[in-house]
Design a protein around this ligand. Structure first.
Ligand SMILES: Nc1nc2c(ncn2[C@@H]2O[C@H](COP(=O)(O)OP(=O)(O)OP(=O)(O)O)[C@@H](O)[C@H]2O)c(=O)[nH]1
Ligand SMILES: [Mg+2]
Length: 352
């Protein structure tokens, strides 16, 4: 298969046609200053990626396609024989790098490659054009002084969808992570690529970012329920159940949150009445401060783990680590300060 593909790519370069893809691959651009650890990051990702994976390295210096292939494969210890690796020279070929790359990506899709990692050194227009072909561009930076300045000058940060702070084993990682996040507003994933650390989390972040704005995948989102703080469940049920005629789906005491809960069906969504077990519980304090009323909005999210990872790296304030709540669902609360003044509960969209 791999040899067919190599032949097909060679044929392309002499003007061959590209077959149509059944399902497009996820194309991840890995770029950044020289020596930031792009190849090592890719190698670490190869260690955790499943399915068919291809690596394209854009070699800015070599006039020979495949010129850097050997060197790169030697450095990629996790590249098994099934990983397709190819270097594309950015010089010495007519027609521009981006059009050739687009064709190669189509071929890889057509050959069933689910993930394509594209390494480029982020300098020059040709390279930036290639970056625009990726679904997600991750810029690799390090705590070493000057890296981020250089990346900014090269316009790299503008092309970035996520940042990877590699070499997080070096001094200053915390400070640089904070600075990068504040300067760009982008999520930052930390890695110690040479030890394979952080690759899984970085990929999770990349997948989450690539899902944004893609219709269809968002279909998993739904308002799960509206949480209403009440003084007395018994009294409020007289209205919600007795007068309105809503049906109580279940009642439960969630001790670690200090509440008695009545869940009422409301079409596809639900209403959750919350009665405080004590004045010290969160709902007790809420009522003391603001009186009874809407306490939180709960959203069901399609990819809970990935969403949590993105939230954390984007600096959103979570009230706790994910917990198991009513009905056995995993959930987490996001502080109103991070969610437009609403206490937001996220619930894993899964059936226990
Ligand atoms: N301390 C430390 N060193 C690392 C880490 N990851 C990579 N390196 C080292 O950084 C150097 C450069 O790594 P590469 O992966 O070749 O970097 P690159 O960005 O692909 O480099 P070019 O392709 O030449 O631009 C190597 O000596 C790696 O061993 C890390 O997490 N921590
Ligand atoms: Mg490299």
């Amino acid at each position: 298969m791999s040899r067919d593909l190599a032949r097909a790519i060679t044929a392309l370069e002499s003007g061959g046609a590209v077959p149509a893809a059944a399902r497009p691959s996820l194309v991840i651009g890995i770029t950044g200053p020289p020596g930031a650890g792009k190849s090592t990051v890719i190698d670490a990702m190869l260690g955790v990626l499943e399915g068919r994976v291809a690596v394209l390295a854009v070699d800015p210096s070599s006039p020979f396609t495949g010129g850097a292939l050997l060197g790169d494969r030697v450095r990629m210890n996790n590249a098994g024989p099934d990983v397709f690796i190819r270097s594309l020279a950015s010089r010495g070929h007519g027609g521009g790098l981006a059009p050739r790359m687009r064709d190669v990506l189509s071929l890889l899709s057509a050959h069933g490659y689910e993930t394509v990692l594209v390494e480029t050194v982020g300098v020059g227009q040709e390279e930036m054009d290639v970056t625009s072909l990726a679904d997600v561009t991750a810029v690799v930076l390090t705590p070493a002084g000057g890296d981020s300045v250089q990346a900014e000058k090269a316009g790299l940060l503008e092309a970035a969808d996520v940042l990877i702070l590699n070499k997080a084993d070096l001094a200053g990682a915390d400070r640089v992570e904070q600075e990068l996040h504040e300067a760009t507003g982008l999520p930052v994933a930390r890695m110690v690529a040479k030890d394979g650390i952080g690759a899984r989390e970085a990929l999770e972040l990349i997948r989450t970012v690539s899902r944004r704005g893609r219709p269809g995948v968002l279909a998993g989102f739904a308002i799960d329920h509206l949480g209403i703080a009440v003084v007395s469940l018994a009294e409020s049920l007289l209205f919600y159940e007795g007068v309105l005629g809503m049906r109580v789906a279940h009642r439960e005491t969630v001790a670690h949150e200090g509440v008695h809960v009545a869940m009422l069906d409301a079409g596809g969504s639900r209403v959750e009445l919350l009665e405080a077990m004590s004045a010290e519980s969160a709902v007790g304090k809420f009522i003391a401060k603001r009186g009874p009323g809407i306490h939180h909005v709960a959203l069901r999210v399609p990819d809970f783990a990935a969403t949590i990872a993105t939230l954390k790296s984007s600096g959103a304030r979570l009230l706790s680590e994910p917990r198991i709540g009513a009905g056995g669902h995993r959930y987490v609360f996001i502080h109103p300060a991070s969610a437009g003044g609403v206490l937001l509960e996220l619930i894993a969209h899964e059936h226990p």
